[in-house]
Write a protein that binds this ligand. Structure first.
Ligand SMILES: *Cc1c(COP(=O)(O)O)cnc(C)c1O
Length: 368
C-alpha cells in the first residue's frame, strides 16, 4: 500500500483540473483580481446554497469571526463565551475585538461546547456565544440558541469545519445572528490560498460587515468609518465557484468514508469511534477517534505509512496564550481527558475503501 497522506489536495485537483484551470485563466484574462464578477458570483452562489440572504466574503475564516464580532458591537469590557476545544482563531478574535474569551467545557461524546455549562459562565458583561461545529459535528445548537435568546446574547456560529453539516434538516450556519466560514485549502470547501466569508440574514449587519472588511467604504473613497483590508481575491472566488458544483457530493463521500471507518473500528475495545448527534448530519471535516495509547498508536500508523494528526494537542485555555486566566483541569474535565486520547485519521472524498480498510487493519494490529 502506498503512503496515505493526512490530506491529499492534489487528488481532488486532478478530478476537476479542467474547470479549475479555466476558472484561473478567465480570471486573469479579465483581470478580476480584487472584487468584480468572480467575487460577486461566489457570494451569490454560496448564499443561495445556504438559503441565506447575505454572504460577505473576506480574506480568511479568522477575519470572518473578527469582523462579525466588531460589527455586532462587541469590544472593551465585554465577555464572549466559547468552547475550550477549537482552533485558536475562535478565541484570539474575541481578544482582538477587545473582549475577553470565557471558555466552557465540551460535551462528553461530541467535542462541542456543553450547553449545560454555559449559564454558569454568563455575567452582566457577556455579550455573545460562539459555538464551534467542531470536526463537522453540529453543536447542540437549539439549546445554545435558547440560552442566547434568554440572556439576549448574540450567537455567532463558527462553521470553519462544518460546511454543509445540518441539524433537524437545517444547515449549520443558519441558526445564529451570523456564521463564519473558512475556505483554507484543507477545509471541506477549500480555496488555493486563504479565503473566508460570513453568512447572515440581517441586512444592516451585512452592510456594516461588508463596509468594515473594505476600509469602511461601500463606495470608493466614501469611508463612513475606519475598517480593515480583508478581501476575498478574484482567483480564490473563481476557484471556489468551480468547486461548488461538487461540494455536496464530496460531503457525502466524506460521510461514506466515516461509515467505512465506523464498521472496521467498531469492535476494537480500546478505540471509541465518533458519535454523530441524533437528528443531524456530520460533515466529517475530521474523523476523530479516542484511542488508548494514542501516541504509540500514532507512531505505529506512521511506521506503516499512514499519516494522522491531533486536533488539537491542547484545549485552548491550557495554552500559554491564556495562562493569565488560570483555567484548571478540574474546571474543564472533559476537554482535559480528551486531549491525551484524540487522534484524527485521514478523511477526504478521494480516499478509497481499500485505503480505509488498510488503516483499520493497522489500528487493529496495534492492539493485538
Ligand atoms: C480553520 C479555522 C478557523 C480559521 O480559518 P482561517 O481561514 O484559517 O483563518 C476558525 N475556526 C476554526 C474552528 C477553524 O478550524
Amino acid at each position: 500500500m502506498d503512503k496515505i497522506p493526512f490530506v491529499d489536495l492534489k487528488a481532488q485537483y486532478l478530478t476537476i483540473k479542467e474547470s479549475i484551470d479555466n476558472a484561473i485563466t478567465d480570471t486573469i484574462e479579465n483581470t478580476s483580481f480584487i472584487g468584480g464578477k468572480p467575487v460577486k458570483k461566489f457570494e451569490a452562489d454560496f448564499a443561495s446554497l445556504y438559503g441565506v440572504k447575505h454572504c460577505v466574503s473576506c480574506a480568511n475564516g479568522t477575519d470572518a469571526i473578527y469582523i462579525a464580532l466588531k460589527m455586532l458591537g462587541i469590544g472593551n469590557g465585554d465577555e464572549v463565551i466559547t468552547t475550550a476545544c477549537s482552533w485558536i482563531s475562535t478565541s484570539e478574535t474575541i481578544t482582538q475585538a477587545g473582549a475577553k474569551p470565557v471558555f466552557v467545557d465540551i460535551e462528553p461524546d461530541f467535542f462541542t461546547i456543553d450547553p449545560a455549562r454555559i449559564e454558569e459562565k454568563i455575567t452582566d458583561k457577556t455579550k455573545a456565544i460562539i459555538p464551534v461545529h467542531l470536526y463537522g459535528q453540529v453543536a447542540q445548537i437549539e439549546a445554545i440558541k435558547a440560552i442566547a435568546e434568554k440572556y439576549n446574547l448574540f450567537l455567532i456560529e463558527d462553521c470553519a469545519q462544518s460546511h454543509f453539516s445540518a441539524y433537524d434538516g437545517r444547515r449549520a450556519g443558519t441558526f445564529g445572528n451570523a456564521s463564519t466560514f473558512s475556505f483554507y485549502p484543507g477545509k471541506n470547501l477549500g480555496a488555493y490560498g486563504d479565503a473566508g466569508c460570513i453568512l447572515t440574514n440581517d441586512d444592516n449587519l451585512a452592510e456594516k460587515m461588508r463596509m468594515y472588511a473594505n476600509h469602511g467604504a461601500l463606495v470608493k473613497h466614501q469611508h463612513k468609518m475606519e475598517g480593515i483590508n480583508s478581501r476575498l481575491d478574484g482567483l480564490q472566488a473563481a476557484i471556489l465557484s468551480a468547486k461548488l458544483p461538487y461540494i455536496l457530493e464530496w460531503t457525502e463521500k466524506r460521510r461514506q468514508v466515516a461509515k467505512w471507518y465506523d464498521e472496521i473500528l467498531a469492535d476494537i475495545e480500546e478505540v471509541t469511534i465518533p458519535k454523530v448527534r441524533e437528528n443531524s448530519l456530520h460533515s466529517f471535516h475530521l474523523y476523530v477517534i479516542r484511542a488508548q495509547g494514542r501516541n504509540a498508536l500514532m507512531q505505529h500508523l506512521a511506521q506503516n505509512g499512514i499519516e494522522t494528526a491531533i486536533h488539537y494537542p491542547s484545549p485552548l485555555p491550557f495554552l500559554e496564550a491564556y495562562q493569565q486566566y488560570q483555567y484548571s483541569k478540574q474546571e474543564l474535565p472533559v476537554s482535559a481527558a480528551y486531549q491525551t486520547e484524540i487522534l484524527s485519521l485521514p478523511v477526504y472524498p478521494e480516499l478509497t475503501m481499500e485505503q480505509v480498510q488498510y488503516i483499520g487493519e493497522q489500528v487493529k494490529s496495534f492492539y493485538r
